[in-house]
Design a protein around this ligand. Structure first.
Ligand code: CTP
Ligand code: MG
Length: 234
């Protein structure tokens, strides 16, 4: 065991193509209140002095990134992968090269989530660091859920124990890297980091976050994100 204090790193997968968004360029570079969407997503992490480094996973020769890259010496670039989980895996490899320790903490946050409130990030770090299997921001499901077959309802799903997973998600570096490598090796599709940890038998803590921490997926979400950020200015 080393005596070095545990560090906190951030990983921002930004190597998606934004197919559902359907613009000429990836959604992380869409304009949102005078800045690129990714600048908003990065800001809460760069604003914290206790974050040791922020890895961004990017497609090779991303033509847009150099224009929006914040001037911060803690930024580290890593190559994107074919799937989100592969992009995160590459970012963790970059952290390993920088000497990240197995017990260090890693926050993973979608480049497409520009409305993370700093208070939620505080809450996740505070509560997550006391959880053996890490933690994630999430929100209870409020709507009534239907199961459908052929476009018609066959069942109403009990929503009491259902949550919507969001990011950031916080895990120990070593266990997260190992869980993602195990998922990749067994061909399990992973849509968030928590599910890789769950596959290993872990039980990440749900930390209730604001529902306005939306992921910009479709074009209409950009107007919602704009409204969320505008409301915070007042
Ligand atoms: N992402 C990534 N590498 C991939 C795929 C996705 O780093 N191979 C990132 C995206 O850039 C985004 C986050 O993962 O920040 C969440 O993914 P999603 O919302 O699905 O974004 P896209 O994959 O870009 O969108 P789409 O699925 O509509 O193409
Ligand atoms: Mg995608």
């Amino acid at each position: 065991m080393s005596d070095l204090p545990l560090r906190v790193w951030a990983v921002i997968p930004a190597a998606g193509r934004g197919e559902r968004f359907g613009a000429g360029r990836p959604k992380q570079y869409a304009e949102l209140r005078g800045r690129a969407l990714i600048e908003w997503s990065l800001a809460p992490f760069l604003a914290r002095a206790d974050i040791a480094g922020v890895v961004i996973a990017l497609v090779a020769d991303d033509p847009d990134w150099p224009r929006f890259r914040p001037a911060d010496s803690r930024l580290i670039e890593a190559p994107g992968g074919a799937e989100r989980a592969a992009s995160v895996g590459n970012a963790l490899d970059a952290l390993a090269e920088r000497g990240a320790g197995d017990s260090d903490w890693v926050l993973v946050h979608d480049a497409a989530r520009p409305c993370l409130d700093p208070t939620d990030l505080d809450k996740l770090l505070e509560r997550g660091r006391n959880s053996p299997d890490g933690a994630l921001l999430a929100a209870p499901v409020d709507d009534t859920l239907k199961r459908a077959v052929g476009g018609c309802v066959v069942d109403t799903v009990e929503r009491r124990d259902l949550w919507r997973a969001m990011t950031p998600q916080l895990f120990r570096f070593g266990p997260l890297r190992q869980a993602l490598q195990a998922a990749a090796a067994s061909g399990i599709a992973i849509t968030d980091e928590a599910s890789a940890i769950e596959e290993q038998g872990g039980r990440p803590l749900l930390v209730q976050g604001r529902t306005d921490n939306i992921k910009v997926t479709r074009m209409a979400d950009l107007a919602l994100a704009d409204a969320v950020l505008a409301a915070r200015e007042h």
